[in-house]
Design a protein around this ligand. Structure first.
Ligand SMILES: [Zn+2]
Length: 194
């Protein structure tokens, strides 16, 4: 089983940061992805980041990279997680929205939904609350290109809000980073070991 890790955006993507610029989504998600990849490899899993560049890589190109791997090894032998931070607004102001969520495509496969449920369970275990009302299924659905246009099971995680002051403090703390890395690690290990 091949584990693919995507990280959101690039240094040249406008916005996508905390109002005080302490958290830059492109940078934070690359740091999380780098640590997650190191742990997966150290544990003997076949894992790869699909965007190692700092510049933004288009969704079309991200999907192309994933699908090229799917074509080579078979889509059922591949799994993708795209790591992001959420935002309630774009005006550079602190806001009130909080929480963690994992998105699958509106017509997602059962394997995608299952992975999203594993991720949510690990987030919940670490005390992270769902964003607003948590769906009964424990995953959220959205028409997002990275989960829609990739051939393998795929989930996009929104790891708390970059425009919520308390959540930014947590995300940047050693405990916060550990929670975000380890929730992905534990869920992916469960998924590939089943
Ligand atoms: Zn994002």
């Amino acid at each position: 089983m091949k584990i693919l890790i995507d990280n959101g955006h690039g240094y040249n993507t406008p916005g996508k940061c905390s109002p005080d610029k302490r958290l830059l989504e492109w940078k934070y998600t690359r740091e999380i992805a780098t640590e997650l990849l190191a742990r997966l490899k150290a544990a003997g899993f076949d894992a790869e980041r699909i965007v190692t560049e700092d510049v933004d890589i288009s969704l079309k190109e991200r999907c192309r990279r994933v699908n090229a791997i799917c074509k080579r090894v078979g889509a059922s032998n591949v799994v993708l997680v795209s790591i992001h931070n959420n935002a309630a607004g774009s005006g550079g102001k602190w806001r009130d929205a909080t929480g963690w969520c994992g998105f699958v495509y509106t017509k997602a496969s059962s394997r995608s939904c299952h992975l999203a449920q594993l991720l949510y369970a690990e987030a919940e275990k670490r005390g992270l609350k769902g964003n607003r009302s948590v769906p009964r299924e424990h995953y959220w659905m959205k028409n997002l290109a990275i989960v829609r246009d990739t051939a393998c099971p795929a989930v996009l995680t929104e790891n708390l809000f970059q425009d919520n002051k308390g959540e930014v403090d947590f995300l940047l703390s050693p405990q916060g980073r550990e929670a975000i890395v380890s929730l992905h690690f534990d869920a992916l290990i469960k998924y590939v070991s089943e």
